[in-house]
Design a protein around this ligand. Structure first.
Ligand code: AVI
Length: 318
């Protein structure tokens, strides 16, 4: 395959692999092209999608205590920063933040977010990085004025990793954040009806977000998926403590993907996302295995969502 072919891209290779293997599945990071990022921003405003609203309320209520934990002159590294909205609640309370380093796979989302931050926080050093912070990205050296590096990972994106991936991400984060810590937002196990509603919203935005994966393939890879021949399916898998999202084939269809022809029977699926839910104790145990010392946990009165302070070991243990 010529290197210039779109099928030589990560998305092209992974989509071709997804259709060639069973079960068919692809990483949720491919949701986030410009259109997918816009749809995700709309999901965050849906009445049924409580995580964003509840986490924001927790941050609002406890930002002062969180800022104290973080301390003065910190470099804040945000993993999967997107619109960089929630960090403002921290920035407003932090003492002399040395630098804000948002990392996100979507360069256009970062550009827009940083333009707004430059306007609203004119004295703040910004060091955006367009990279897959869950892959093998090269961590840049800390800002010269930073006393410590603190990670910010809100939104329960950790839940989109398998438990093994979550553990290895936390291990790498623990290493990167030595001498500092991680402020981590994680969605909690709860009544499955609440979870079901959050991933099957009545306005159909989550369905559009899921289906955009196929539309993106049509735009970027030249596939000819007929999006109307698929539907969105999301359900809570209680034994595995996760929401699963799938694209279901509405009928038997022949699909050309990466030069190969595949048949998808009616009802067969492409598994597009897992969203794991944690208990507070389960998350703390995972963080400990990764090398962190779990600290305070902030939750909402309904215990829908949690924000954890995880202390990374000191530099002396490097
Ligand atoms: C980004 N991530 C934490 C969201 C979630 O809830 O797992 C993505 C999402 N998928 C459907 N709705 C939102």
């Amino acid at each position: 395959m010529p290197v210039s072919s779109p099928w030589a891209s990560d998305f092209g290779r992974d989509l071709a692999d997804a259709f060639a293997t069973r079960p068919r599945r692809i990483a949720p990071k491919y949701f986030y092209d410009a259109q997918g990022s816009r749809l995700f921003e709309r999901i965050c405003e849906l009445p049924e999608y409580y995580p964003t609203r509840v986490e924001r309320a927790i941050l609002q209520a406890h930002a002062g205590e969180m800022a104290q934990r973080i301390g003065p002159d910190a470099e804040i590294v945000e993993f999967g920063a997107g619109a960089c909205e929630k960090v403002r609640l921290l920035l407003d309370r932090l003492e002399r933040p040395a630098c804000y380093r948002p990392i996100d796979i979507c360069a256009s989302a970062l550009d827009t977010a940083c333009a707004g931050l430059r306007r609203d926080y004119p004295g703040l050093a910004l060091a955006p990085l367009a990279a897959d912070c869950f892959g093998d990205f090269l961590a840049p050296p800390a800002h010269p004025q930073a006393r410590r590096r603190v990670g910010f990972f809100p939104g329960s994106t950790l839940g989109n990793f398998t438990p093994d991936e979550a553990l290895s991400f936390l291990r790498r984060a623990c290493d990167l954040l030595r001498g500092g810590g991680l402020l981590l937002g994680v969605d909690l196990v709860k009544d499955p009806a609440v979870l079901h509603a959050a991933y099957n919203d009545s306005a159909g935005v989550t369905a559009a977000f899921n289906l955009n994966l196929l539309a993106r393939a049509n735009r970027e890879l030249g596939t000819q998926f007929d999006v109307s021949r698929f539907f969105h399916h999301a359900f809570y898998n209680a034994p595995l403590q996760r929401i699963e999202m799938h694209l279901v084939s509405a009928r038997r269809q022949r699909l050309e993907v990466g030069g190969a022809v595949h048949v998808m029977e009616e009802g067969e699926t492409l598994h597009t996302e897992n969203s794991y839910k944690y208990t507070v104790d389960g998350l703390r145990a995972l963080a400990e295995r990764a090398g962190f010392t779990p600290g305070p946990v902030w939750t909402d009165p309904g215990r829908l969502f949690s924000v954890h302070w995880l202390q990374a070991p000191g530099l002396e243990r490097q």
